[in-house]
Design a protein around this ligand. Structure first.
Ligand SMILES: [Zn+2]
Length: 233
């Protein structure tokens, strides 16, 4: 078994494992953030629904008050009508009362419509409350799962990190510094298996000399992308 090829394969496997663990470590918090955004959106929608309901209620109350005032005035006018002492005054009061009754009838219709609208807005609040409860529950479930997962992933990450350090200890001094510089800059992309005639990282065709060196278990970096090359199994 060619010693260098073997340790490079192991090294790349460890690098890939670390990169995968890193992805998974980031995925959980990212999902939690999305769920948190959904909660905030639902909170905003509930607040808006309550606001719309409150505004409609205030407008409706205002109309109710107006109706009551007009009815009181009609009552007042009726008194004046009964006491009217000439025809002209009587007719004037009669006209005014007819106008007020007409206005009240329009207002009463408006109040009915407003009350229907208030019912709808009240139902919308219920829907928004249910949505908020649902998104909150989803967020809490997700956060619990992520918290549990993160602990395991962090342990696993530390274990594989130690494995990497041990595997890196096996790298010949001759190119260790070059490898380490590359590994720090590129992570799992610091290495690539040979893919047929090409570099498996950037797919540039490798020269016969490069192939020859790799087959003879020598360290070679791809001239195009800089990755450390190795023969796959
Ligand atoms: Zn390459």
């Amino acid at each position: 078994m060619p010693a260098l090829t073997d340790s490079l394969r192991t090294l790349h496997r460890i690098h890939r494992q670390l990169s995968d663990l890193q992805d998974r470590l980031q995925r959980g918090p990212r999902q939690a953030k999305v769920a948190d955004t959904a909660v905030k959106k639902s909170e905003g929608e509930l607040a808006a629904a309550k606001d719309a309901h409150r505004t409609a209620k205030m407008a409706s109350d205002e109309k109710h008050l107006q109706l009551k005032q007009r009815e009181a005035r009609l009552h007042d006018l009726q008194g004046k009508l009964n006491a009217a002492n000439n025809n002209k005054e009587y007719q004037l009061l009669k006209d005014q009362m007819a106008a007020d009754r007409q206005a009240n009838s329009v207002l009463a219709d408006e109040i009915l419509e407003a009350m229907e609208r208030i019912d709808q807005l009240h139902a919308a609040i219920k829907v928004a409350e249910e949505n908020l409860a649902k998104t909150k529950e989803e967020f809490n479930k997700l956060r619990k799962r992520v918290d549990e997962q993160q602990q395991g992933l962090e342990l696993e990450f530390a274990r594989v990190q130690a494995e990497l350090t041990a595997a890196e200890g096996e790298i010949p001094e001759l190119f260790k510094d070059d490898y380490l510089r590359l590994a720090r800059a590129m992570g799992a992309d610091c290495m690539a298996p040979v893919d047929g005639e090409s570099c498996g990282g950037c797919f540039t065709i490798l020269s016969p000399q490069v192939h020859d060196l790799i087959r003879r278990d020598k360290p070679v970096f791809c001239k195009s992308c800089g990755r450390l090359l190795y023969l796959p199994e």
